[in-house]
Design a protein around this ligand. Structure first.
Ligand code: SIN
Length: 312
């Protein structure tokens, strides 16, 4: 029997596929749809302390090879997502869900995380250090000094399972430097990657999204090689206690297979979920299982991280 079940931070999931934060996760209704699909779990839209309207529309556009977005962290505020997760803890005690969050400043991030720490939330927290779309706010994890400061302060009080959502890195030295920082902390996972920030997509003579004169995060097929490189680079460098969630360019079971081969323990679907809806989870799972069956793999451990290199 082929199984795509997995574990993150010691919690079991019956499928390794889930949504990527930002897609199908703004409202309880959207989250319930992912929850009740073939996905193993869900992650909420990245929550800030208070409700945010986000950037002006149009701010998300599907394009032939992927997507471009500049949402600007629209969300219903921490309490909305936390209350829903606390409800689910009662009604579905055997399942574990992810809460994504970040503050609009380091101080707000601490306020939010302290609220989560003080709450009864027993799930997994994902701190988003990589949103490219809030005007005037840089992608936090490109600033190693700030990232290290935030992590050192967070782990002084936060004892629940915590991972971080990362932007893509493009330089081997940056993989080394980032991994050296992450290895100092009791992170449960890193999630590679958020969109490739600040691309431009043009139709005829115009950009396709309004914010920032068309600059936005790129997802989908465009980004799979970058996503795989980040998954594998961190798989090679991080201590084994820090697992990898692979995100970026997952359209098919083959794409999910490649993320796991590079070291991912969980695989998130963003652009494809936006294009296809939650039926994508069942299709991709069936395709992944068919590949595993053909190769004689019964579970993810049989091939996770076992990417082959071309020997000298
Ligand atoms: C957004 O809300 O702008 C997208 C979320 C992200 O890229 O982290």
């Amino acid at each position: 029997m082929v199984s795509t079940s997995t574990q993150i931070a010691g919690f079991a999931f019956d499928n390794c596929l889930m949504n990527a934060a930002g897609v199908a996760c703004m409202t309880k209704e959207e989250l319930a749809e992912v929850k009740d699909s073939a996905a193993g779990t869900f992650v909420t839209k990245t929550a800030t302390l208070e409700f945010r309207q986000g950037n002006p529309e149009p701010r998300y556009q599907d394009v032939p090879l992927g997507s471009i977005n500049s949402m600007g962290l629209p969300n219903n505020g921490l309490d909305y997502y936390l209350d829903y997760l606390l409800e689910l803890q009662e009604s579905e005690p055997n399942r574990t869900f992810f809460l994504s969050l970040v503050g609009m400043s380091p101080e707000e991030t601490h306020t939010i995380l302290k609220k989560v720490q003080a709450s009864d939330f027993k799930g997994i927290t994902e701190l988003n250090l990589s949103c490219p779309n809030v005007p005037g706010k840089p992608q936090i994890a490109y600033d190693f000094e700030t990232t290290e400061k935030i992590l050192s302060e967070v782990f002084a009080y936060f004892t629940k399972p915590l991972g971080i959502k990362l932007p893509p890195y493009f330089d081997i030295v940056h993989f080394d430097q980032a991994a050296a920082i992450f290895n100092k902390y009791p992170l449960k996972f890193v999630n590679c990657v958020n969109s490739i920030g600040n691309g431009l997509y043009i139709e005829d003579e115009s950009v396709v999204i309004r914010p920032k004169n068309g600059f936005g995060g790129i997802g989908g097929q465009y980004i799979k090689p970058t996503a795989l490189a980040n998954v594998h680079a961190f798989y090679q460098r991080l201590k084994p206690e820090i697992q990898i969630i692979g995100t970026g360019g997952v359209l098919t079971g083959r794409d999910a297979f490649e993320h796991i081969l590079c070291g991912a323990s969980m695989v998130q679907v963003g652009t494809t979920l936006h294009k296809e809806g939650v039926a994508a989870f069942e299709r991709i799972t069936t395709e992944l299982k068919a590949i595993m069956e053909e190769k004689g793999y019964e579970n993810l451990e049989d091939f996770r991280g076992k990417l082959k290199y071309i020997e000298e």
